[in-house]
Design a protein around this ligand. Structure first.
Ligand SMILES: Cc1ncc(COP(=O)(O)O)c(C=O)c1O
Length: 394
């Protein structure tokens, strides 16, 4: 594997870290070190590692077979659960990743509108397909238009000029990869209206944000997208994605009146589906609230620690996710940060002290983390900051 990895976001400088096993809020590497996990696979492992109810459900399913070229009951149950929870959703189409869900949502929009382009936020993240990737790096591409997140006038201007070519507008309700940036509800409603005025579909990417609310951010904001992208927590720790929407929009897949051929060897496989069912059922409003409460404690504890050490520090938090920066104020978007040196040093020091956060400063809690774990995380972060100060002073 180039660089020893198959995934850019799990490559840790100075070399890949190899994990052997995980349980609850912790995992262990092959050298025997243990880590308190504050990333939870970039938000996906919302119940931590080897969550007993998911282990039991998947073991039972694996013994019955793992995939076949026909329907299975777990996929109907998970689809029904999603329909039940998310207000705009009547039907679901499963994929194996959020990236695939994004590509599929764009395919649906292209077929429905007969257009070929998309509009997304500059530095927004909707997965790895090329049309989205250029936007994440701030570039327009052959089929990708960009506008500034939370700037309704800019989105309206692009739609006024290019709307006739734009099949869909993609937005995250809270930008994840760009640093946990909350979308203003008026902005999201405004972009939806402008997309519809231009005859484009409005796609809300809830791959990450479904962990914030049972019905997704759309339920909290009261916004109805044409399509919703899902992933991460709906797979209970297994590869997954989904495009969800109204029965009318998803009719193009109906074999009785098919407009697009979409298939995938492992789409809706029963192992992922039973894991996802447990994951969603056990993500109750109480647990969502508790994760948020603990994330707030962690946030204030980290701010206090940085102050004690005289380090510049700022945070963006939404619900159970936090992005930290070693600068006086958070940059508008993470890619524009100028604290790489301090952040890299802190990240490495955290690993040395058994605390696992993302190199870009993302923290995402799980339902199994306790107040005691948060206190331990703060002690470890304090030691890591000590190291940063010592190293920086040299
Ligand atoms: C908002 C958002 N959309 C799409 C994706 C892509 O999902 P996957 O990594 O499963 O392809 C991600 C992954 O981090 C995401 O955060």
């Amino acid at each position: 594997m180039p660089g020893g990895t198959s995934r850019q976001a799990s490559f840790w400088k100075p070399y890949p870290l190899t994990i052997d096993r995980g349980s609850g809020a912790r995992f262990h590497d092959i050298d025997g070190h243990s880590y308190l996990d504050l990333i939870n696979n970039y938000t996906a492992m919302v119940h931590g590692h080897a969550y007993p109810a998911i282990v039991a459900a998947t073991q039972q399913q694996i013994a019955k077979g793992t995939a076949w070229a026909a329907a299975n009951e777990p996929q109907s149950r998970l689809a029904a659960l999603i329909v039940d929870r998310i207000p705009s959703v009547e039907q679901v189409r499963f994929t194996n990743s959020g990236s695939e869900a994004g590509a599929l949502a764009f395919t649906i929009a292209r077929i429905i509108t007969g257009r070929t382009k998309l509009l997304m936020a500059r530095y927004g993240y909707h997965g790895s397909p090329l049309e989205f990737e250029v936007g994440f790096f701030g570039n327009e591409g052959p089929i990708t238009h960009l506008a500034t997140y939370n700037d309704l006038a800019e989105f309206e201007a692009v739609l006024d000029e290019h709307g006739h070519d734009i099949a869909a507008v993609f937005l995250e309700p809270v930008m994840g990869a760009s640093g946990i940036i909350q979308g203003d509800p008026d902005f999201l409603h405004g972009v939806r209206a402008a997309a519809h005025k231009a005859g484009a579909l409005f796609v809300l990417d809830e791959v990450l944000t479904l962990r914030f609310s049972s019905g997704g951010c759309q339920a909290d904001i009261g916004i109805e997208p044409d399509l919703t992208m899902l992933g991460k927590i709906i797979g209970g720790g297994f590869p997954v994605g989904a495009v969800a929407g109204s029965a009318d929009t998803l009719r193009i897949f109906d074999p009785a009146d098919m407009k697009v051929f979409h298939t995938g060897t492992f789409n809706g496989n029963p192992v992922t589906m039973v894991a996802g069912e447990v994951s969603l059922r056990e993500l109750t409003p109480d647990r969502i609230e508790r994760m948020e409460h603990l994330c707030k404690s962690l946030q204030s504890g980290l701010i206090a620690a940085a102050n004690r050490h005289g380090l510049p520090f700022s945070t963006n938090r939404y619900g159970s996710c936090l992005n930290i920066y070693f600068s006086q104020s958070a940059p508008e978007f993470s890619v524009l940060r100028d604290d790489d040196l301090l952040m890299d040093r802190f990240h490495l020091a955290c690993i040395n002290h058994g605390l696992f956060i993302a190199q870009r400063g993302l923290i995402a809690l799980s339902t199994v983390i306790t107040e005691k774990d948060i206190a331990e995380a703060l002690e470890r972060a304090d030691m890591a900051m000590c190291d940063v100060v010592a190293e920086t002073g040299e």
